[in-house]
Design a protein around this ligand. Structure first.
Ligand code: IMP
Length: 193
């Protein structure tokens, strides 16, 4: 079976993708290929950061590879935290620190519109492709729910009464930014095998 590297060590993301591509691609993690370094995300766009990760890993192993990068863009903050979503409250901060910072930045805001965006960068047989998944919604007044991770407790997608953290994984994946980007990746890969 053809090997495909997913440039991550996030177990949750890996098992999701493995399940979807089962029988079509042998999905390998960074640990599986012996890639142990941290990869910098030095750029100001998700597309550039995702391709940086994919190219670094491709140069390391020569295999087909894809990488993802995600950001939360808040209207009232002119698109912040965006590419800085992981370290919004500072280097080494926790998900809870980020949630608290965002709630405090928005304490006076009436416009709470936000969106999540995921970019998946793929290098397949030496050619580059990318896929974008988005979900629009709003930042709630306070955190609720224990599922998921990151900003899930304060993000309520349009058309739902619950935050992402109040949904089961299957429901979240069916509408989420990453779920949508993955669906596009899978449709593309399926057309190739
Ligand atoms: P990454 O590029 O997938 O590592 O995402 C960067 C940051 O965005 C994470 O550290 C989280 O804070 C946030 N994030 C990414 N995906 C999600 C999600 O599905 N729900 C909530 N927060 C997320």
């Amino acid at each position: 079976m053809e090997k495909l590297v997913f440039a991550t060590n996030n177990k949750h993301k890996l098992s999701e993708i493995k399940q979807i591509l089962e029988g079509r691609f042998e999905v390998l993690s960074l640990a599986d290929i012996g890639f142990l370094q941290e990869i910098e995300e030095p750029y100001e766009t998700l597309v550039e950061n995702a391709f940086e990760k994919a190219r670094v890993v491709h140069a390391f192993c020569g295999l087909n590879v894809f990488a993802d990068d995600t950001g939360l863009m808040v209207d009232a903050l002119n698109g912040a935290p965006g590419v800085y979503s992981a370290r919004y409250a500072g280097e080494g901060c926790s998900f809870e620190d980020n949630v608290n910072k965002l709630l405090s930045e928005l304490s006076e805001a009436e416009n709470r519109i936000a969106k999540f965006q995921t970019v998946i960068a793929l290098i397949l047989n030496g050619e580059e492709h990318h896929f974008i998944g988005e979900v629009k919604g709003e930042i709630t007044q306070s955190a609720s729910g224990n599922e998921g991770f990151g900003y899930d407790p304060i993000f309520k997608p349009d058309g739902f009464k619950e935050t992402f953290a109040e949904m089961d994984a299957k429901t979240k994946n069916s509408v989420s930014h990453r779920g949508r980007a993955v669906q596009k990746l899978v449709a593309f890969l399926s057309s190739k095998v």
